[in-house]
Design a protein around this ligand. Sequence first.
Ligand SMILES: *Cc1c(COP(=O)(O)O)cnc(C)c1O
Length: 376
Amino acid sequence: MKMPFSAGRAWIELDKAALHHNIGVLSGLLPSGCQLMPAVKANAYGHGAVIIAQELNRAGVNAFCVATASEGAELRENSINGEILVLGYTPPQQFPLLQRYRLTQTVFDRSYAEALNSFGEKILAQIAIDTGMHRLGFPWDDLDQLANAISLPNLQITGVFTHLCAAATTLPRDRDFTRTQGKQFHIALDGLKKRGYQLPASHILSSYGLLNYPELGGSYARVGIALYGVLSNEDDIKNCPVDLWPILSLKARVAQVRNLHKGESAGYDLQFTASRQSRIAVLAIGYADGLPRGLSCGVGKVLVRGFKVPIVGRICMDQTLIDVTDVPDVSPGEEAVLIGKSDRQKITVYDLAKQTGTISNEILSRMGIRLERHIL
Ligand SMILES: *Cc1c(COP(=O)(O)O)cnc(C)c1O
């Protein structure tokens, strides 16, 4: 059969045109003076950090955020240019990575800032300010601590940022909370300015911030999920009608096809029993690849030859059974679509998220490292 590339057992196809479309749409929403700083943490939400960042570099994007120092190091090892902001905690044992790979480390309280300073080498850093999420960050009204961190001699501070935590809607409670976050951030910035600290960059927006509260401004929009062409919940599209295109398709190869007589079972724990003469196809993908095990036993569906068929029995670590009784001529070697399109049928990441009680971010970011990634 015809294969567009040498995809083996299970793989991700990335739609390059969709990525560029999303870059264009999101760039068009940026407030003045604001640039994209895409979040490519967690392997670019499962898409493949190096492939995505390379494509972004080519599109002129020159700032990124990641969660860990090793994620940043991987980008540098693959020649990614621009500022790479590590949003999360880097343990002192890994401070050398920050220097070696010119990564910008987030500092979020006094003792962490001092630990980083006492590493003894000049390190790029940004200051996280907590305006209400109560995750990482200096309290917004603790100017003394903020000023102290900024003046540490070995920290070269390139910016200051906060993170919105209720920006997914513009309902009154969320809107009030978000606006308060914005106000408090600006009070902190003004206070620092009065003390003579003018920082090169300040930023506040992530995907939902950019979509719902662009007026909050900033030097960067740290867009993650929206760049990948989806929102966290499908219902949020109603609140922010923006034309984003999903980038990722998830596919796997049919390894074997077998017949089952009525009454025979398949898979672990005898969870599927054929209620008729059946044909079962074995897919070369499992929960270790990021296919949620909660899709087992008919909860999830798969596309084969344009037909939507159920997953049967329990999803295994490396393999998955589907019922192809109603699909003509399924044979080993052909492809099944777990996320994406096949003829007129489509399965979205939202379907998987709903079926397993989570958000698209979790489904995507758990796509496994065994999956090949191809950009087409
Ligand atoms: C993950 C993350 C982002 C990106 O969030 P999206 O909602 O995916 O756009 C931005 N900022 C911080 C601090 C984050 O942790």
